[in-house]
Design a binder for this molecule. Sequence first.
Ligand code: CAA
Ligand code: NAD
Length: 284
Amino acid sequence: MAEIRSVGVVGGGQMGSGIAQLAAVSGLEVWLHDSDSTVLSKARESISSRIQSIVSKGLLSKEKGAEAVRNLKCSSNLEDFRSVDIVIEAIVESEEVKKKLFGQLDNIVKGSAILASNTSSISITRLASATSRPSQVIGMHFMNPPPVMKLVEIIRGADTSDDTFSTTKFLAERFGKMIVCSQDFPGFIVNRILMPMINEAFHALYTGVATKEDIDAGMKLGTNHPMGPLELADHIGLDVCFSIMKVLHAGLGDSKYAPCPLLVQYVDAGRLGRKKGVGVYKYS
Ligand code: CAA
Ligand code: NAD
């Protein structure tokens, strides 16, 4: 098993910033990159303020908090990832864009480095095919928000080595997470089950079964979920939900996975959820 001292995170959005926070608080050097420099500076601010809040709640010493903030290095240049031991990719949920990035990273990072993807649904085997190191490519799927949710799903591609698996599992445990392992099929475990439920909630709204408030309250109170499915879709991002449904539909070939027309319409209208201030609900 390889020792991890330095982590690269690509994508500083909701997931990447949370993953970078976990790595920094775990005492690792973290390089965070995003193609959008505004996102990168916002990510630095939000990670620092979340670390301050953990310190002020007494969950981390002042010294460890200051060390965690120092551990975080933001860079607009991927070449800075040369010496990292593992990269965790958390960019847009598009196979084409992810493959391009994996090809670039393969040429930049050292030969021993692992390339992990936080993809919600896309084949790890196919992402690995864009690199010359398929045995060192793996799925490391955090849940949103990463600092809070207890689970990491680990997905081995067709050629992922035992060593890559053990190192990734050990890192997730260092972050304080529980592990489940999934075969490399569309949506893995969690999204194979969660996304059809969310899509069905959109169908219920689309066909007038109930109001959005009643659909959410029904599932929240009736099944003890912390959020209703439409509220959860806004939390995840409607663009992410749509991309995952497309992968399920294409990969599993059953019309039951077709994205609901209302979900598609919201995405077309730019109503992407909480991150845009409007999705199924409006946020001030
Ligand atoms: N980053 C870091 N910490 C966050 C956070 C964020 N984005 N959002 C909330 N928190 C922290 C808060 O600081 C707070 O911490 P303390 O308890 O230490 O004070 C804690 O989480 C609870 O937050 P709040 O009191 O503000 O709100 P809440 O009690 O309503 O909990 C929630 C918020 C944790 C998001 C909760 O509503 C929840 O669990 N919702 C369901 C989330 C879920 O199902 N996620 C998985 C989605 S599926 C997925 O991620 C896979 C995929 O590929 C799409
Ligand atoms: P997001 O839109 O919040 O952030 C994505 C970031 O990636 C953006 O800041 C964007 O500027 C950046 N980016 C896009 N292309 C890039 C590139 N080529 N190079 C560098 N940066 C690039 O998205 P998110 O919700 O954080 O999702 C990121 C990944 O995590 C997706 O694969 C998604 O499926 C997965 N995921 C999302 C959730 C969720 O609930 N949102 C949960 C688990 C996994």
